[in-house]
Ligand binder design. Structure first.
Ligand SMILES: Cc1cc2nc3c(=O)[nH]c(=O)nc-3n(C[C@H](O)[C@H](O)[C@H](O)COP(=O)(O)OP(=O)(O)OC[C@H]3O[C@@H](n4cnc5c(N)ncnc54)[C@H](O)[C@@H]3O)c2cc1C
Ligand code: FES
Ligand code: FES
Length: 469
């Protein structure tokens, strides 16, 4: 049985764990405020909040798109729809900010924006004003125009930024952001049994952001193995010079991890290019690996870290392989049917090594890459000690540039050497023409991104014109 708190109501249901949370909310609970737009995670009309009792005292909330989230992932959680933030007979402070800034017209997208902005007020890690816009990065409005919505978002941010997170919930209740039942949620959640309703032989579902776009109907009718709530697969740990990432870690799990920020000072700029806030809240890194898309951003990122993955089979035996050896052909993986990935590991970058990630897509945000690339290298006395280089969108698999890396290792960096390496790179890759660009465009992007790494990492040594002429 799936048990969770929906707004202020305890739900106990035998509904199929693989059905979408959106369908359960609208069809089974008749809560029609959560809208259906794209059903692909793109528009944000179906945004709700999911609250987890992480430390047994406090509920941590994040926004998700309910159209691509399995109902079973709600087990033990607090799900908040737009009906759940109503105050008796009056608009709450978030709704008032949207109204006062003329930030709504037809109103279809408005519940989604409201929920994303309520999510902003509950966010533990507010860093800057830009977070207000990031909170609504997954919401599309077709008629109002975004400036008035942005103004409302900034107003809400200014209201809450000075309020410490430890007192924030009671402050939000006192200041008409949230109804007071929110204060009782930790007690309500503690009463729910923690065992996850799941089928060990069903399709493995983590965040569901790949699977549900393609096969929501199948998953609503077949068995699903939900691994999202398995605490043994959670967390990012550091041991000596290794970083170990549990398979349940989401993209935002990386984004907000302060140790990752120390090792990769630009990581938040890279990850902002991956989907939108609600998708990053759900999407796991491992889901990106197993999806095996040749342009998976996280896969390209971790290939350049020479990461390894550890797989566990039914009898609990473990085996560890390099991520680059996981890919055998288009969507063909070194993966046995009884295995699942339990962790990712990589050597943390040493102080003298450099890392960069680049992505080109038709739109800067909320778009899949045409070509993406990552590099990690160490150079001493201008000589390359080691280099790991990956390129997406140029082969049937997320591509590790073995020959180019071999060529560059031990070489003294110069314009001539980089030009020679760029030619080897062109021989290694096999891009095809598709909706994201024709072959020649992708070859051009591959060259430009290769050079972009060196221009960014060694700005004094290289000039763009020297490289491209
Ligand atoms: C609107 C939208 C925007 C997106 N934008 C981007 C983008 O910009 N860049 C990008 O790279 N991707 C993007 N994606 C794709 C997707 O979000 C990512 O690929 C994500 O990382 C998938 O993770 P998940 O946990 O949701 O995977 P799921 O959908 O749960 O699973 C994906 C696959 O992994 C398998 N799996 C999951 N965990 C395990 C495990 N531990 N062991 C074995 N198999 C496992 C599943 O069985 C399934 O085959 C986007 C998706 C959406 C809906
Ligand atoms: S309906 Fe568009 S994101 Fe869910
Ligand atoms: S107000 Fe009409 S879609 Fe946003």
């Amino acid at each position: 049985m799936i048990e969770f708190v929906l707004n202020n109501k305890l739900i106990k249901t035998d509904a199929h764990a693989g059905m979408t949370l959106l369908d359960f909310i609208r069809s089974e609970q008749q809560l029609k405020g959560t809208k259906i737009g794209c059903r692909e995670g793109d528009c944000g009309a179906c945004t709700v909040l999911i609250g987890s009792l992480n430390d047994k005292k406090k509920t941590h909330y994040k926004s998700i798109t309910s159209c691509i989230s399995p109902l079973g992932n709600a087990h033990g959680k607090h799900i908040v729809t737009v009906e759940g933030i109503n105050l008796e007979g009056k608009l709450n402070t978030v709704q008032t900010a949207l109204k006062n800034n003329n930030a709504t017209q037809c109103g279809f997208c408005t519940p989604g924006f409201v929920m994303s902005l309520v999510g902003l007020t509950l966010q533990d890690n507010l860093i800057s004003k830009a977070d207000a816009i990031m909170a609504i990065s997954g919401n599309i409005c077709r008629c109002t125009g975004y400036k008035s919505i942005e103004k409302a978002a900034y107003k809400i941010y200014e209201n809450i930024i000075e309020i410490p997170i430890t007192n924030r919930l009671s402050w939000l209740v006192e200041n008409a952001f949230l109804p007071d039942y929110f204060l009782t949620i930790p007690t309500q959640l503690k009463k729910i049994a923690t065992n996850i309703p799941t089928h060990k032989n069903g399709t493995i579902v983590a965040g569901g952001t790949d699977l549900y776009v393609r096969q929501a109907d199948n998953l609503a009718a077949s068995e699903v193995h939900l691994i999202n709530q398995n605490q043994k697969l959670a967390g990012i740990t550091f041991y000596k010079d290794r970083c170990i990432i549990g398979a349940e870690t989401t993209v935002n799990g990386l984004y907000y991890n302060t140790a990752m920020l120390t090792y990769f000072p630009e990581i938040r700029n890279y990850l902002k290019l991956v989907s939108s806030e609600p998708i990053r809240n759900m999407a796991t890194v491992v889901g990106n690996f197993v999806n095996a898309s040749p342009i998976g951003d996280l896969t390209i990122f971790f290939l350049a870290l020479n990461a390894s993955i550890t797989l566990q089979n039914e009898s609990h035996s473990l085996r560890t392989i390099l991520l680059k050896d996981f890919y055998k052909g288009y969507k063909i993986l070194d993966f046995k049917s009884d295995e699942r990935i339990v962790s990712i590991a990589f050597n943390v970058p040493k102080v003298d090594s450099k890392f960069n990630f680049e992505k080109v897509s038709k739109r800067k945000h909320l778009d899949i890459a045409s070509v993406n690339s990552a590099i990690q290298l160490s150079v001493s006395n201008n000589k390359v000690d080691f280099i790991y280089l990956s390129l997406g969108g140029v082969a049937p698999i997320p591509f590790y540039l073995t020959a180019t890396c071999q060529f560059l290792t031990g070489k003294t960096l110069s314009v001539e050497i980089l030009k020679e390496a760029a030619q080897i790179l062109q021989q290694e890759i096999q891009p095809i023409s598709d909706v994201r660009g024709d072959e020649s465009y992708k070859r051009l992007l591959a060259r430009q991104l290769f050079y972009a790494h060196f221009l960014k990492l060694f700005p004094r040594a290289f000039q763009i014109l020297e490289l491209v002429n």
